[in-house]
Design a protein around this ligand. Structure first.
Ligand code: FMN
Length: 230
């Protein structure tokens, strides 16, 4: 995608404007909050399939995210092949066993207690899709020469947030899964060493009896997360 040809600054008219009244702006902001507060990390999936086109649309939404110098330093691998899912589950559970057997340290394990997670990860096979998010530490011009990417963790984090919101907006549920370490994903999925796997999203529809930890409903109140200077 990136040729060495210098791309010049060319201003164009803002292509889209919402054009809402102040009241509508407030209503839209409230409606979005109302929608987003219903999102939860779900670890119990049913076997209802999700069309590949749905995943593609959600990845397109993720790809609209802002990024340092517009380098878009991300790559997504969407997996529905059961043999890949099985191998990812096996590799992730191996890492997770080490993590829960003490690798994580007491403080981290205590912090995870209210979430109720353990080294057992059936959702990595049960979810119809796994999406692995890779951060591109550097890019390559068409001729193979390397170029720097900027604000890679920030940019990839924002794109992942867009993806989570898009999946939720489509009526799907997801689980952000971060086996530690995740390097095994590069080799398994044939991604280059310039890319760092940052998360696996298990995606699908919730099981009939899906549960979430009660603590996930407790979000910090506004006065704790916002300071206004007016
Ligand atoms: C970067 C990141 C890593 C996470 N890793 C895991 C994980 O490995 N396993 C898991 O079950 N949940 C994981 N979660 C999900 C969190 O536990 C969850 O977001 C949190 O408990 C709040 O619940 P909520 O998403 O329903 O609001 C992760 C979330 C984030 C943002």
């Amino acid at each position: 995608m990136f040729s060495r040809d210098h791309i010049v600054y060319e201003p164009i008219e803002l292509p889209d404007r919402a054009g809402f009244s102040d009241d509508e702006v407030l209503a839209q902001a409230g409606a979005f909050y109302d929608r987003m507060k219903r999102r939860h990390t779900v670890r119990d999936f049913c076997d209802r399939p999700v069309a590949r086109e749905v995943i593609k649309q959600c990845i397109l939404a993720a790809g609209t995210a802002p990024s340092g110098a517009n380098h878009q330093p991300w790559h997504f691998v969407a997996i529905s092949d059961p043999s890949y899912k099985k191998r990812i589950r096996e590799a992730a559970e191996e890492e997770e066993r080490r993590f829960y057997e003490g690798g994580a340290g007491d403080e981290w394990l205590k912090a995870l207690e209210p979430i109720g997670t353990n080294d057992h990860k059936p959702h990595l096979e049960e979810a119809p899709w796994l999406i692995v998010v890779f951060a591109q530490r550097w890019g390559q011009f068409d001729d193979g020469a390397r170029f720097k990417n900027y604000y890679v963790p920030e940019s990839t984090g924002i794109a992942s947030g867009f993806l989570l919101a898009a999946l939720h907006h489509a009526g799907l549920v997801s689980l952000t899964h971060t086996p530690n370490p995740m390097k095994f994903l590069n080799e398994m999925l044939g991604r280059p060493g310039s890319e760092k796997p940052i998360m696996i999203l298990a995606v699908g529809h919730p099981a009939e009896d899906a549960k979430v930890p009660a603590v996930a409903k407790i979000k910090k109140p506004l006065d704790e997360i916002l300071t206004v200077a007016e």
